[in-house]
Design a protein around this ligand. Structure first.
Ligand SMILES: *Cc1c(COP(=O)(O)O)cnc(C)c1O
Length: 412
């Protein structure tokens, strides 16, 4: 038997039939010919509220690549201060939602820069070449472009699942070349919006984030001094992780928020009038999503029991361990109608694809399961449907639905 990660608190407390957004798994699956991702807005809203309590005065941006499902974006628009996008396709999804947008990502094509400049979106510049193209396009359009500089920081986020700073990188501009670029942007007459400094992702160690944020504020101050200009906004990145695996513990964001408040209270004068933002993806949405699939077959082989689902890595690649993890470990999963029941049988939960990679639960302990039962895989709200190879093996894509907003306190 191998351990599973922790079920998110809103679901771990349930006994018997799992409900997501007030409805049972069977209701969500009824009338469908395959799996479904269900997203609970009340859980997202609770995460936003926790952020607000911990980070008073700091802007909250949602990085939509974590989950760009349109109804989810519409809900998020009510709660966050801005959206961060990384393609013109993502831009189109949030353009009508009435929130400020910033656009990061290497390799922005001319058509994407044009769309962003027309829509008055802040472009987080990833290179000097991109800056030149953006200025030329804006000049031709007769629009003053909003430009920020993404810095390839000389700090990195310790314990981060994905390191994106402190080394040669396709992301951002090396810190020592940033002041010259800021001066060039200002002298070209553009609307310089400040810095974007993103040092990593999926960190659960609060002190590592505290240290990175402290170094990021200091770096922003140093670059601003060298450029001789006050940045209107310093986007401090994010990197807040969620517990996916056995032994993972939830990030203590109150500790991070208290330390950032101290750092900002003592910040250098050059940042005196700057605003600060944190951009989060998975921390806001991962725990709010559940992937529900049905058991199509149950078989024995070589002494092992397999539960075969009607969906697998084609829908939820991350749970198979093939999305940015080095060692495969089990996401939390459960038999949807037996929450809280003891796991008396060791089974491997697999998808229907003809590849041994399609394993969603490796020798996990579950209550007795039969063909037709629903299995819930948790932490499916981020990097699920749009981060999985849904065309692989020709199965239909999974459905996605947003639950209604139900007051979590009033739930059964
Ligand atoms: C992917 C990404 C994010 C979101 O990362 P999470 O780990 O989901 O919070 C935020 N900012 C940038 C620049 C990114 O590339």
């Amino acid at each position: 038997m191998k351990p599973m990660g922790p079920i998110p608190p809103e679901f771990a407390a349930q006994q018997g039939a799992l409900t997501v957004g007030g409805r049972r798994a069977a209701e969500w699956l009824a009338g469908r010919d395959g799996p479904v991702f269900v997203y609970d807005p009340a859980i997202m809203q609770a995460r936003v509220a926790r952020f607000r309590a911990a980070f008073a005065g700091v802007d909250l941006h949602y990085a939509i690549k974590a989950n760009p499902f349109p109804p989810l974006l519409a809900a998020m628009a009510q709660w966050v201060d801005g959206f961060d996008v990384a393609s013109s396709g993502e831009l189109a999804r949030v353009a009508g939602l009435g929130r400020p947008i910033s656009f990061a990502g290497p390799g922005k094509r001319d058509a994407e820069l044009t769309a962003a400049i027309r829509a008055r979106v802040t472009i987080n510049l990833e290179s000097e070449g991109e800056a030149q193209r953006a200025l030329a396009i804006a000049g031709a359009l007769g629009i003053t472009p909003r430009l920020a500089v993404r810095v390839n920081p000389d700090v990195e986020l310790r314990g981060s699942g994905m390191k994106m700073g402190g080394r040669p990188s396709p992301f951002g501009i090396d810190a020592d070349r940033v002041p010259a670029l800021v001066r060039a942007i200002l002298s070209a007459g553009a609307d310089w919006r400040g810095f974007h400094i993103y040092a990593g992702s999926q960190a659960l160690d609060a002190q590592a984030i505290v240290d990175t944020q402290g170094a990021t504020v200091a770096l922003a101050a140093r670059l601003a001094e060298a450029a001789g200009a006050m940045p209107p906004l310093v986007n401090l990145g994010g990197g807040f992780g969620v517990p996916y695996f056995a032994g993972d513990r939830a990030l203590d964001i109150d500790h991070v928020g208290a330390a950032l408040a101290e750092t900002l209270a003592e910040r250098p004068a050059i940042l005196g009038d700057s605003r600060f933002a944190i951009e989060l993806g998975r921390w806001l949405v991962a725990e709010a999503g559940v992937y529900l699939a049905r058991i199509v077959d149950r078989k024995e082989s070589g002494g092992e029991t397999f539960l075969i689902l009607d969906g697998g890595l084609n829908h939820q690649l991350a749970a198979s361990g093939n999305f940015g993890t080095v060692v495969r470990r089990n996401y939390p999963l459960a038999l949807a109608d037996a929450m809280g029941a003891e796991g008396t049988q060791t089974v491997s939960v697999v998808g229907p694809l003809c590849t041994p990679l399609d394993r969603l639960g490796d020798r996990v302990a579950l209550p007795p399961a039969r063909v037709g039962d629903a299995v819930a895989i948790f932490l499916a709200g981020a990097y699920g449907a749009t981060a999985s190879p849904s065309a692989f093996l020709g199965h239909d894509p999974a459905a996605e639905v947003m639950a209604e907003m139900i007051d979590p306190i009033a739930r059964p």
